[in-house]
Design a protein around this ligand. Sequence first.
Ligand code: C2E
Ligand code: MG
Ligand code: MG
Length: 701
Amino acid sequence: MTEPLQQSDQLHTLKLLYVEDDPEIRRQLVVFLSRRVGKLLVAENGHQGLELFREESPDVVVTDIVMPIMDGLKMSEGIKLLNPDVPIIVTTAFNDQDFFLSAIEVGIDHYVLKPIHLDALLEAIRKAAKNVIQQREIESKNRELQLAAKVFDGSIEGILISTADNTIVSVNRAFSEITGYSAEEVLGQNPRLLNSGRQSQVFYRDMWDSLNKTGHWQGEIWNRRKNGEIFPQWLTISVLRDEAGEVNHYIALCTDISQRKFDEERIERLAYYDPLTDLPNRVLLQDRLARVLANAQRNHRAAAILMLDLDRFKNINESLGHGVGDAVLQAVAERLRTNVRDADTVARLGGDEYLVVLADIDDAQDVAVVAKKVLDSFAAPISVGDRELGVSLSIGISVYPNDGEDQQTLMKNADSAVYSAKQAGRNTYQFYTRDMNASTLEALMIENALRRALERHELRLYFQPQADMHTGEIIGAEALIRWQHPELGLLAPGAFIPIAEDSGLIIPIGEWVLEEACRHVKEWHDAGFNKLTVAVNMSAVQFRQDNLSSRISAIGRETGVDLGYVELELTESMIMHNAEQMIDTMRAMKTLNLKLSIDDFGTGYSSLSYLKRFPLDKLKIDRSFVNDISDNPADLAISKVIIDLAHNLNLKAIAEGVETEEQLRLLRNNGCDELQGFYFSRPVPAEGFMVMLHDGKRLEH
Ligand code: C2E
Ligand code: MG
Ligand code: MG
């Protein structure tokens, strides 16, 4: 018996109708056929057979001839009417011509003689169904091909097939999309046309080695698109060999991974770099610093960290907006980057804080040089749009290993040093010293307590009378703040105003001072001393506030005071810094009718041409000149120059810190208009000042 179902045998695709009335033969053949054909339909007579044929339209019919109800020939006639092409095989014991003639007439051309020889039957089925089988084979091949084509073209991976001699014979749509080359443009070409030039000879040699040895290569490669752009792709190449083992084709699958690479890089940048300035962030900094310290330890070298904090950055942000603030932060980053060696790390810690790590230094002197260089690089203003902004930094330095052996300690100590640089007047650098921690802590405590000082009404306003040198009469007072600290007692402004300026608390505090001063001057006026003025000290931060004008006029309205009796004390450094902008602000103050004076005149730097343009009312000779005026001819000369300058500019001159009669005499002789100082009166609480007024206190000649 033949082996059922050889691999190439397509009998199993057939649907076969078998008609036989003899139960014994039928049983045997059903067993035999059902294992060899795809689907077997069985009928017991011609009538049933015809019905089944109608319902199932089988590919092939095997039928007995002599059967009750309807014989095989009759049934075959019926079948041929339904489908003239269907092959019919009869099994017959007849061996006479009549039968064959009528069979031919019906269209039957296959027969198997009974008793049935099974091999012969199979052979007959194969022969009879040859066309059907072939048709099935073609259909299934086509399906496979269509599927392959679908996979080929629908694949999101680019596919390139080349021959053994490296001629491209086929590419798919994805290949064209990725590379920009259409199929026509590359067919017949060598895949080399995609070379980016980025890979070395060695790279390609290794690739071919692997292909020859293992039949396979896989890896990342940079190729060039038609538009010239180079891009990374993931490439898999397989070698196809024929039966003899000769290379037939190469199949290359490629995926464009530029987006993935881009995403990976972007994620990495976000994780390690500050998006605003593109400087390393805290995370990357820690990593770099760890390496620098490890190296320093290994090589017994020093390293340093410079912590940098912009002076009064809050001001810029609040008065000019965050857009300008961001631009300043970027410009600062750029300046820092260009002022340190490539090997040094500049990082942004957040806000207006930066950090520079100096690796491998000889001594602290090296670090001082860098710090100075950085500070100097900020001498020129930063341009943002058409604005020129003066920016300065305070730098705190800690040195490994002296000031700390680990990151945390070094950072903490550099931070203390920054704080102390700020206290020292900004735009300067400070090395960490051991007693810094204590003072930093103190400053922090003061800051916290100061926050609550306002709500707890711990702030006081004292008034120091000012008198006319010639008439001797009190003309007004300077308002001076004090803090009645619950534990530390009455604090002078020097102990907390710098902290208030740093923390931004100066804004509410300054506002409180102004309001309080206005309230009092109104009181004096109401008491009949209606020509008295009050002088109020202004912080730079406060004076650059955006809404200063509207705040002051609101305070004027609320207290009912005539602002013509309120004088703002500015300092030279405050108005010379950004002089153009200051002129605008000062003009705005003048439209509110306020008086303006320059405090501590002579200690800062003034440009005469600007002095002429500022809408001022008064210059206040600094205490330091007054102090030595009797012993030091230079101080006397300076005081005289200031008085003359004031008069030439049509301003009044007032001397502060006058402690002795001698000082008073010299100043008066030189034409000074007004004075304040311990000689006449110390600063006193408001009630004390009121008493003085009622007593008619005056400067004696
Ligand atoms: P300033 O504006 O130059 O004020 C004059 C300072 O000299 C006051 O010190 C005053 O007590 C002191 N003084 C007055 N007469 C004499 C004298 O004859 N001899 C000596 N040795 N000193 C005299 P104070 O009150 O400690 O104020 C110090 C500084 O604090 C002020 O200098 C001012 O710049 C600032 N300040 C005071 N109050 C305020 C305020 O309300 N706001 C702001 N932003 N700053 C203030
Ligand atoms: Mg003052
Ligand atoms: Mg002063």
